[in-house]
Write a protein of this length. Sequence first.
Length: 110
Amino acid sequence: MSDERAAAASDVPLNEVRVVECGGRSLALSNVEGEYYAIDNVCTHDGGPLGEGRIRNGRVICPRHGAAFDAKTGRVISLPAVKSVQAYPVTREGDDLIIDCPSPETEAAQ
């Protein structure tokens, strides 16, 4: 894994989610009550863009069919999705949000 600046904290408003790139992959970066979390940006139900969804009670809601994922852990919470997504550690350094994420090539080699 490698640390990579993915966004400015000011670009992710309170209780909202945004699409960011990190390590060559698309992630859904959320601001839940002032804490930042990153999960894969692909709903396991039908590939919907989680980063284009909304935050409700600490959950990322897929904009296509309403599947919910825990913003912190990536655990699936409600149907129609049944499989969880990967979560990635996020740290804040000033206004920079740093995500610890592997590149897809690194994961493939493992």
